[in-house]
Design a protein around this ligand. Sequence first.
Ligand SMILES: [Zn+2]
Length: 351
Amino acid sequence: MPIEFERSVDEARLKSPLEAFETVTETVEHRWDPLTDRKARIVPDVFPDPEGGAETHSKGETGAALDALVGDSEGCFFCPDSIETATPEYPDTVGGGRTMRGEATAFPNLFPYAKHANVVVLTEEHFRPMTDLGPERLADGLACGLEYVRSVRDHEGSRLASINMNFLRSSGGSVFHPHMQVIADDHGTDRQARILRREREYDDEHDSRYWSDLLEHERSGDRYVGRTGGVEWVAPFAPLGQFHVAGVLDPDAIGGDDGVLSPDAELLDDLAVGIDGVLEYYADRGLNAFNFGLRFAPDDPASTPVLDIVARAPFEAYYVNDAFYAQTVHREGVVDVAPEVYASAVAEHVE
Ligand SMILES: [Zn+2]
């Protein structure tokens, strides 16, 4: 097996006021991502707890508080009353107008992050908690995103694309109304381009796909979550963020003849069911916010579409952001629960 899982453990000592100033030892574990060599560390108690603990959220006591924070449709550009007048339409080169599927409506991003950038609004209601989005709305949103990726590739190239989502302000999302965002161009994001380069090098060196080899190794281990149809889920060895779960799509079930996942592929429903399961697990822990990103590099057969999803700090009135100097300045993942610890609990929701 060519994949190496490299780790190193340091011990940190201090005289703790919590232990009558006796010397205590905490462990700090460093891990390197087997594909990209990006580093992550696992340290004690770094992720912000939900106010009042997981119990309060699961009892729904914070539901009213969250409703107050997200407000109503007044002034929301993504609500049905405003969407047609306040959101942009596609240029004629990608078909003009807006596209729709189920409750989802897609249109260009008024503030683009890429040569091609759109927004996919998922719900007609102004807000739904993450576990109330449901697999069907998630699948419709992903399908709208994929239609857009195909459309821009047909008309204007773009080698690399991703479908992304922020949910609630602690995830970086500025608009409460649930939505996804697609970006597509020839550059990709920094991590996407790095991964693509490493996938190609791995394929050249070992004559096999990295993600197939990774899954083969992980299936028998304690980071494996499970399978929803053509998508297999693992808790990555060196997490990007708290409760990171990755969904690896079966490259042979993509369904499109151009290497882009077909908006009508069954795989999309499999993916949506898995995302919904991960969100259920997050909610079970009292969490309410997340980011995900599904990346594609359709022109390189060494590349596999993978969706990364991470929990974000629970959004409440005085939330503490979980991204601090380590992530913003040092580009290092820092979590307090190892993937081997949470993978089996996620598995109970992903099936
Ligand atoms: Zn709205």
